[in-house]
Ligand binder design. Structure first.
Ligand code: HEM
Length: 347
């Protein structure tokens, strides 16, 4: 990839905007606003309701959701749910503009070559797919008995958002530092860094299952699960695989187990990185990785023991920062090479 710091910075800004989207989505989940807007107008939806007729129309649609049937709310309460969700969706549209306008400018100026243009077009399509998926998830609110976005929808939604953030960060960092720094003897560190990125991603997916299946409200003890090693009735649901999506005890157990494996791997990676001779920025990223994963684990335990939804939101946001730091650290060692045999013999 040809070095272009401006194009790289633009992609990093977009990655930060994905974080903003998680802030909005996570907040909407925390206050139960996910189903509040039952219309999708991709191009005109940035216009807010302007008069009582507009509001009544939106409120009437919300009244058809199962959430409303289970917990009826008045117009004032509805508006309190509407605005955060509205802003989150506007943020998504704003992101599309922040993508498309500079993309067109860079393309016209010849700063983006064909291969990169296709690659960025692909990332944009993923973003558009993410938005469409989000809309279908919102529509599940019209199904009987569905009171909040279901785990089987929400977990892939978070994971794909993180995949998009990964692509933006990786491409942006590669454009800003096109020539990988050659780091001798860091191939094992590179493997550990890759494993850390993958493990954080999967752990986040299970975190989303915990958050959306209501598993925060069961087994609020750590490390035991109400005195048990494993949750009773771990495989009580049929079919078997369903337990890994909707069985509260099972998803919580999987999240704890994966989180522990992830934390140990990330800490080992951080220590390995700090013990090596690395460029200062990369070294700092390994330090950040160690710090953020420790904080993440503590936040997770506190969220669980206190059964606190808001702390869960902080835990979610920290996970995104942790994921980004792991990607940055992994990117920093992409030029790792084995120690040349001659150097080993001399040593
Ligand atoms: C590397 C470590 C960890 C990562 C990457 C991680 C990631 C996440 C993420 C992304 C979420 C939120 C998903 C969403 O809101 O859609 C979440 C939720 C949650 N996590 Fe973790 N987690 C980690 C460690 C832990 C630990 C150690 C515990 C407890 C012992 C824990 C307990 C929880 C709980 C209870 C929730 C649900 C919060 C809620 O309902 O608001 N996590 N996790």
């Amino acid at each position: 990839m040809k070095q272009d710091r401006a194009v790289g910075t633009w992609l990093l800004v977009l990655a930060c905007m994905v974080f903003g989207m998680v802030v909005g989505g996570g907040h909407a989940r925390t206050i139960g606003a996910g189903f509040s807007i039952q219309v999708w107008r991709p191009f005109t939806g940035f216009i807010p309701p302007l008069d009582a007729t507009d509001w009544n129309q939106l409120y009437k649609l919300f009244q058809q959701t199962s959430q409303y049937h289970a917990h009826p709310i008045d117009m004032a309460q509805y508006k309190a749910l509407f605005w955060p969700m509205f802003l989150d969706r506007c943020w998504g549209r704003f992101m599309a503009c922040v993508f498309l306008v500079p993309f067109a400018v860079f393309l016209i100026k010849g700063r983006i070559q064909r291969k990169l243009a296709l690659w960025l077009g692909f990332i944009f399509l993923l973003g558009a797919g993410q938005a469409t998926y989000g809309w279908y998830m919102v529509q599940t609110g019209m199904e009987p008995g569905v009171l909040s976005p279901p785990p089987a929808w929400a977990a892939p939604h978070l994971m794909s958002a993180m995949a998009i953030m990964f692509l933006l960060l990786w491409t942006g960092l590669s454009l800003r530092n096109a020539e990988p720094v050659r780091i001798e003897g860091a191939t094992t560190l590179r493997v550990f860094s890759t494993a850390t990125v993958a493990l954080i991603w999967v752990t986040m997916g299970f975190g989303a299952l915990v958050a959306t299946s209501g598993a925060l409200k069961v087994f609020n003890t750590f490390p035991s699960m109400d005195g048990h090693m494993l949750p009773p009735d771990m495989f009580g649901q049929a079919p078997f695989w369903m337990n890994f999506i909707t069985n509260k005890g099972t998803v919580q157990f999987c999240h704890r187990l994966l989180a522990t494996i992830t934390a140990l791997t990330a800490l080992t990676t951080a220590v390995m990185g700090l013990r090596m001779k690395l460029p200062p920025v990369t070294r700092d990223l390994f330090l950040l990785l160690g710090g953020l994963v420790s904080l993440q684990y503590v936040l997770g335990m506190a969220t669980l023991v206190l059964g606190n939804n808001e702390l869960g939101f902080v835990h979610e946001l920290n996970a995104v920062l942790l994921f980004a730091s792991a990607i940055g650290a992994r990117h920093g060692v992409r030029g790792a090479v084995a120690v040349p045999a001659g150097a080993l013999a001399a040593g």
